[in-house]
Design a protein around this ligand. Structure first.
Ligand SMILES: Nc1ncnc2c1ncn2[C@@H]1O[C@H](COP(=O)(O)OP(=O)(O)OP(=O)(O)O)[C@@H](O)[C@H]1O
Length: 898
């Protein structure tokens, strides 16, 4: 049911060319004018601009891209986010005011237009076609109905403004004007004649949709961070040829009337870009004025000719495309606005066309017919939609429904003579009401840019991290420096001065750099005790202290290292042992001492707290039972170090329950934190004493509590005593001294033969330096590194008891199990040859110990040296003391000959 009635075509003469409204000279002038005024801002973008592809059309970051083809497709991706649920094409009908010659027939008007009360979505307008009382009346419902009195401004605000707003946020929009020739399509579009800039915002102005849309676009302020770019193209489809109304002269476009007729751009399809017009000019426009100039130029190029129906009839479909692209960062959002002024549908019979006009009419009708078929297919939801049947439908494929915001304005004439055409138009329009569409925002992300941006962000983040880490490392470096300084201090405290005559110590410092022994919980002390042995002052101090001769300093150092090494093997006790050893060497260090003490105290408190908490859990129950609601919680430990005794009651009301009598005892009414367990104990002691002193009856719970604390205190005291004893046992310092002596002896020295030693020991008489019960210098005893010492017969200090060298005694005196193990190991490794070198009494001890410790038969191979790289330690001890034998034993030759 299309207005195609070729049988009624009448032939007319070809219109004068002046009706084409263009001349080559005029075009040339107009182009010069535009390009002269806006040489840079009105660039001709591309000969391959896309018209119909939403994908391609979205990529219009013109400032960065002169041609879409220059960019690798892989770096872009189209993101489409749906704006709303399925919508549909919005359809309205506009009735043209009657011409003067039509007014005569006013009585016979066939249209009744009911305009909805308000321009609200969903409030439909209604048009009744047919004279009143006629049984042929037909009623049509549309989204909007506009009477002849409706202004251009109202049409714009109701129909176009929402669509342009959509375009400005990246949704494609299309507005069609469809209707019979002479009913006001071009007038509604506002491109009937050249656009004038004046009064376009005036509500009473005759300006149509195109200038108003451009005004809205150029008045729009893009979001912060986004740059807006507007491009435009203008085509007409004339007799199934696509012509570029903005093609510059001589560029194969529509520079003049003849080229308009001849140019025929092709629609191409690209899998990625969709449909586009190959070779179409697209212009970047920066102002409304530039847009106006271009449109006016295009209008001059438009094919117009008078028909019987309309003296200014457009004989082509014109499509003005305005793309608005927002670029922000790596994203480009593009909305495309298509303003389509379709050629007038007409009954060819009535146009009295002939020749070219007849061809035009046939072509127009054919393409409108194709459009009708597409609309029908879309309306009924056919799978196949014949878009390819005409250039018009191919071009509009993405703009009719689909993803666009689409509006159709159907124009009708008021005169009765228009009735049949109006029925056709409204039927077409009614069908369009059924076409669904879903609006999407078109956004393109340039992944290359996005990646580059992310890389920059990453680099910045890295930078921040590096700076942060630099700050951290500075912090840690500072700590390290501080610790290093502490260590240096510690060492320098030890290094008072070099001992003259002592040399070559560094080579003997076999254990230099050995870290301090493991702490009680496996922690390593930062105090480098081993390194401290390298200092001459240590040796000096030892030499001074023990009266060793300076000649023996190297051997002393080696001996000390050996002992230190042995101590370090005692993992459990090493912290304390090393500390004590250090102290013994005169290397007291307050910090180290504090650390160890702190460690010990913490450990002790932890144990006590653990124990106490267990007891308190029980106590709590008892206390609760006895004190009832007045005592909420008692004695919970808040942290490992701090002890909290909670005597929590009902505030100060708690006092009477705990006290009474003459002297008031202050019980902390609220949470009280004590510095340590000891403080709690002291507090409880004090409490008890006070209570006892007063002789008052004490609440059972508190009494028990105090008693328990007292018990804890006792336990703690016991524990401390035990601990102290254990610590004493850790290192038998006399034993250590003996080791040193032996090492010195092995190294060829003789501590006891030095004048200094003799002088000092003379004063000390018969001090038991061995720690094994043997007599000191001057007595007939044998000192060996295994602790096997026995008095020589016939010698020894007068009146002194013989040294007890029984295995039991030896075991008891051994510094610790680990040291004992080292000792036993040494005995175990002694070969027959080694043992044979010992004095008979020592040999006896060795065998006795071997038996005692179950070491098995003596091995017959040579002894294995201790792992002291620069100093060989023999397990063999030699007797020291007076007598000729001792003289001969003191030299190297006799060192291994015992
Ligand atoms: N609403 C209106 N108010 C005033 N004049 C109007 C209105 N609509 C149309 N006209 C006038 O009617 C005449 C025909 O209008 P117009 O050329 O826009 O029709 P058309 O539908 O585009 O015709 P064609 O299809 O032949 O191009 C013009 O002179 C125009 O000024």
């Amino acid at each position: 049911m299309w207005p195609v009635d070729e049988s009624s075509v009448s032939v007319t003469s070809y219109p004068s060319t002046s009706m084409m409204s263009q001349s080559s000279a005029a075009n040339q002038k107009a182009w010069s004018s535009i390009l002269h005024q806006h040489p840079s801002s009105v660039p001709r973008m591309t000969s391959n601009a896309q018209v119909s592809s939403p994908t391609a059309s979205s990529i219009t970051n013109m400032s960065a891209r002169s041609s879409l083809r220059q960019y690798p497709t892989s770096s872009f991706s189209m993101n489409r986010s749906r704006v709303d649920a399925a919508s549909r094409v919005k359809v309205s009908v506009r009735v043209r005011p009657p011409f003067s010659d039509e007014i005569q027939a006013a009585d016979n008007f066939y249209l009744t237009v009911n305009v909805p009360e308000a321009k609200i979505e969903g409030k439909f307008g209604n048009v009744i076609l047919g004279r009143p009382n006629s049984d042929k009346q037909r009623s049509f419902v549309f989204d909007h109905t506009f009477s002849p009195a409706t202004s251009q401004a109202e049409i714009y605000s109701v129909i176009a403004e929402p669509i342009v707003s959509d375009v400005l946020r990246g949704v494609n929009g299309t507005i069609f004007a469809y209707g019979q020739t002479g009913t006001g399509k071009t007038y509604t579009m506002g491109i009937l004649e050249a656009i004038a800039s004046d009064d376009r915002s005036d509500a009473s102005s005759k300006q149509g949709l195109v200038p108003r849309a451009l005004t809205q676009i150029f008045e729009h302020e893009p979001e912060a961070g986004f740059a807006m770019e507007v491009t435009m193209s203008f085509i007409q489809i004339y007799c199934e040829t696509i012509q570029d109304l903005l093609a510059p002269d001589g560029d194969g476009g529509a520079a003049d009337a003849s080229s308009v007729a001849s140019s025929n751009l092709q629609i191409r399809e690209d899998p990625r870009k969709g449909f586009y017009v190959q070779g179409l000019s697209e212009y970047k426009i920066g102002t409304y004025k530039e847009a106006e100039s271009l449109i006016n130029l295009g209008l001059e190029n438009r094919a117009m000719a008078p028909t019987l129906m309309n003296t200014t009839s457009s004989r082509s479909h014109t499509v003005l495309t305005v793309k608005v692209a927002y670029s922000g960062g790596t994203r480009t959002r593009t909305g495309k606005l298509l303003l389509v002024d379709l050629a007038g549908s007409e009954r060819i019979r009535r146009t009295t066309s002939s020749g070219v006009r007849l061809s035009e009419a046939r072509s127009i009708n054919a393409s409108l017919s194709a459009l009708g078929n597409v609309i029908t297919a879309l309306a009924v939801g056919n799978k196949h939609v014949p878009f390819r049947d005409s250039k018009l439908t191919r071009l509009l494929q993405d703009s009719i429904g689909g993803t666009s915001s689409t509006a159709l304005i159907a124009t009708v004439g008021p005169a009765p003579v228009n009735e049949a055409e109006s029925l056709s138009t409204m039927t077409f329009a009614e069908r369009c009401m059924q076409i669904k569409s879903t609006r999407y925002v078109n956004e393109v992300t340039d992944w290359e840019d996005e990646c580059a941006k992310l890389q920059v962000q990453l680099a910045e983040t890295d930078q921040v991290y590096v700076q942060k880490m630099a700050g951290e490392s500075e912090k840690y470096e500072a700590i390290i420096h501080k610790l290093a300084a502490e260590l240096r201090n510690t060492r320098s405290n030890s290094v008072a001065s070099d001992v003259s005559g002592v040399s070559g110590l560094s080579s003997a410092n076999v254990e230099s750099g050995v870290a301090g022994g493991a702490g009680r919980r496996g922690r390593r002390s930062s105090f480098d005790v081993g390194a401290a042995f390298a200092t001459n002052s240590v040796v000096k101090s030892l030499v001074d202290k023990e009266g060793f001769g300076t000649d023996n300093s190297e051997a002393v150092l080696a001996g000390l290292n050996l002992v230190y090494k042995m101590l370090c093997q005692c993992a459990d006790e090493s912290t304390t042992a090393v500390f004590k050893y250090n102290t013994w060497l005169g290397l007291q260090n307050q910090q180290l001492e504090d650390k160890i003490r702190e460690e010990e105290e913490n450990e002790m408190l932890r144990n006590v707290d653990k124990e106490r908490m267990g007891k308190e859990d029980i106590l709590d129950e008892k206390m609760k039972a006895s004190l009832g609601p007045h005592l909420k919680q008692l004695g919970k430990t808040e942290s490992r170090e701090r002890v909290t005794a909670r005597f929590v009651g009902e505030g100060v009301d708690m006092k009477p329950h705990f006290m009474g009598g003459k002297e008031e005892v202050t019980v902390h009414p609220e949470l009280t934190e004590f510095e340590s367990t000891a403080a709690v104990i002291d507090y409880c002691d004090e409490l008890l004493m006070t209570i006892r002193k007063n002789g008052e009856k004490l609440e059972l719970g508190l009494w028990e509590k105090a008693e328990q604390f007292f018990a804890v205190k006792e336990d703690l005291a016991e524990d401390m005593v035990e601990r102290r004893q254990r610590e004493e046992e850790v290192v038998n310092w006399s034993f250590v001294l003996n080791v040193v002596k032996q090492v010195v002896k092995e190294g060829g020295g003789d501590l006891d033969s030095t004048p200094a030693r003799n002088n000092k020991t003379a004063g000390r008489g018969s001090a038991d330096v061995s720690g094994l019960g043997m007599q000191g210098v001057g007595d007939d005893s044998v000192v060996d590194t295994s602790g096997l010492t026995t008095p020589r017969s016939g010698s020894g200090g007068a009146g002194r008891a013989p040294v007890d060298m029984s295995p039991d005694r030896v075991k008891k005196l051994l510094p610790s199990q680990k040291v004992a193990n080292a000792l036993i190991d040494r005995v175990k490794k002694m070969t027959e040859e080694d043992i044979a070198k010992l004095p008979p009494s020592a040999q006896q001890n060795v065998y006795q110990l071997r038996e005692e410790f179950g070491l098995g038969p003596v091995v017959k191979k040579p002894s294995i040296a201790m792992n002291t790289p620069s100093f060989r330690v023999s397990p063999i001890a030699r007797a020291q003391g007076g007598g000729e034998e001792e003289e001969s034993d003191s030299d190297d030759e006799n060192f291994s000959r015992v």
